[in-house]
Design a protein around this ligand. Structure first.
Ligand SMILES: *Cc1c(COP(=O)(O)O)cnc(C)c1O
Length: 444
């Protein structure tokens, strides 16, 4: 039995090669019973975690620079969350909010109404996964507007369910042979400064012209966008792009949905990435950082939209589960108490400074970008903007083998993303950055 508040120490420590013998044995066992359709970035099997440290079954201590894909922003096993979850498990684990409700669901919705941008009445509905939140946001927008078209962007990632596969841009591995996909989804160009060189206003005009000529504004229920794209490559749109789109949606009665599932909850140095330019979405989807690793997602937005839905039109057996809700409340409290938005900004400065100086003398880094603790670098063939996925793969492998969990992303698989838990220490981050630097030099 693992103690409630374990102590793993604070340093990366390798006692076997990675993956170690126990992880390799588990991976063999897995092959016979786990679908081959599930990929694994690095087959090191985890037993415990604390802060930014993962302990594997062989006793190695790894430094987590991925946060389980931007989920453990608050840190692994932080005492506040562990205590809240443990107490809730002992009290009750499920009633179904649609059968007999409980206070923590209401409290999470109060927090979401207070934290999301916009000074107007807001209501929320809670779900389990990010994809489920996105699907429900689209349902709300269609019902409230009586229109059907949904606008999405190049490089977008919104999930793997049937509707969200249609909303997601990248074919492999998310969509290939899984169609037919949902209709009335229209994809327009994203602002991608490194590749298109356009200003935010120019990129918005390009997208809006496509919408108006190919779809017609009056047919559009929702414009759905990640304020900083996640899986698609940590693409940060040029300043002015999001405000111009937001203004266009307001003028045309289109619901502006910000998918903040990856960028939200302190990750970018603010509670939400849209805050950077003061954009106020009509609906916001959240999930990853929200509940300290417990499955919880939400759609939050203008009460007149969210409440337009007939009673019973939204829901699900597990949505807003009491254990996940308790975790979310403790996570939000911890983020506030420890001022994790400010910490994310500090981490971002450190990562950007380190990567920018590296980019000066390594020709394979084409671009360094991101905001707060959502930072990435894009790998290219030297002297060009041609994607270099091989370099990304070799950098990820190099880091992983040395006990630094690294993630790639991007439509072309050529972007490395840095997503540390926001409670990572300065020393841990410095250690991780030096491993990334060696990895990049080795790949270059
Ligand atoms: C991860 C992600 C999703 C999907 O969330 P799941 O919980 O995996 O369904 C949707 N949108 C964005 C921006 C994401 O990063």
């Amino acid at each position: 039995m693992v103690s409630l508040h374990s102590s793993l120490g604070t340093e990366r420590k390798l006692v076997t090669e990675l993956p170690g013998p126990k992880s390799r044995a588990l991976h063999e066992r897995r092959r016979t019973v786990v679908s081959a359709g599930l990929s694994t970035g690095f087959p090191v099997y985890i037993e415990r975690a604390e802060g930014a440290i993962l302990e594997d079954v062989d006793g190695n201590h790894l430094l987590d620079m991925g946060s389980g894909i931007a989920v453990i922003s608050v840190g692994h096993a932080v005492p506040e969350v562990v205590d809240a979850v443990s107490a809730q498990v002992a009290a009750f684990t499920h009633t179904c909010f649609m059968v007999t409700p409980y206070e923590s669901y209401v409290q999470v919705c109060e927090e979401l109404a207070a934290l999301t941008p916009g000074d107007f009445p807001k209501t929320s509905a809670l779900f389990n996964s990010g994809a489920e939140a996105v699907e429900n946001a689209v349902k709300v927008a269609r019902l409230a507007t009586g229109r059907s078209a949904v606008i999405v962007f190049d490089h977008a990632y919104h999930g793997r369910t049937n509707l969200t596969m249609a909303l997601t841009a990248k074919n492999m591995p998310y969509k290939d042979h899984f169609g037919p996909f949902a209709p009335e989804v229209y994809r327009v160009p994203m602002s991608y400064p490194f590749l298109d060189g356009l200003s935010g206003a120019e990129a918005a005009a390009r997208a809006i012209t496509e919408i108006e000529t190919q779809v017609g504004a009056h047919n559009v229920a929702a414009l759905l966008i990640e304020p900083i794209q996640g899986e698609g490559g940590f693409v940060v749109p040029a300043d002015g792009f999001l405000p111009a789109l937001s203004e266009w949606t307001t003028r045309n009665g289109v619901v502006f949905i910000a998918d903040e599932i990856q960028s939200g909850f302190c990750r970018t140095g603010d509670w939400f990435a849209v805050n950077h330019e003061g954009v106020i979405p009509d609906l916001v989807t959240t999930a990853k950082g929200l509940a300290g690793g417990m499955p919880l997602s939400a759609v939050t937005g203008r009460a007149e939209l969210m409440n337009a839905v007939h009673e019973g039109g939204l829901g699900g057996t597990y949505g807003g589960n009491p254990v996940a809700a308790a975790a979310a409340l403790a996570t939000i409290r911890t983020m506030r108490d420890r001022d994790l938005p400010a910490r994310a900004r500090v981490l971002g400065e450190t990562m950007l400074t380190s990567l920018r100086s590296l980019a000066q003398d390594v020709a394979i880094i084409g671009d360094v970008r991101g905001r707060g603790a959502m930072i990435a670098f894009e790998l290219v063939q030297p002297g060009t903007k041609i994607p270099n996925a091989a370099a990304a793969k070799s950098i990820v492998n190099y880091c992983n083998e040395r006990g630094v969990i690294a993630l790639s992303c991007g439509t072309f698989g050529n972007v490395i993303r840095l997503l540390p838990p926001l409670v990572i220490s300065d020393e841990q981050l410095a250690d991780a950055m030096s491993v990334f630097a060696s990895a990049v030099r080795a790949a270059g």
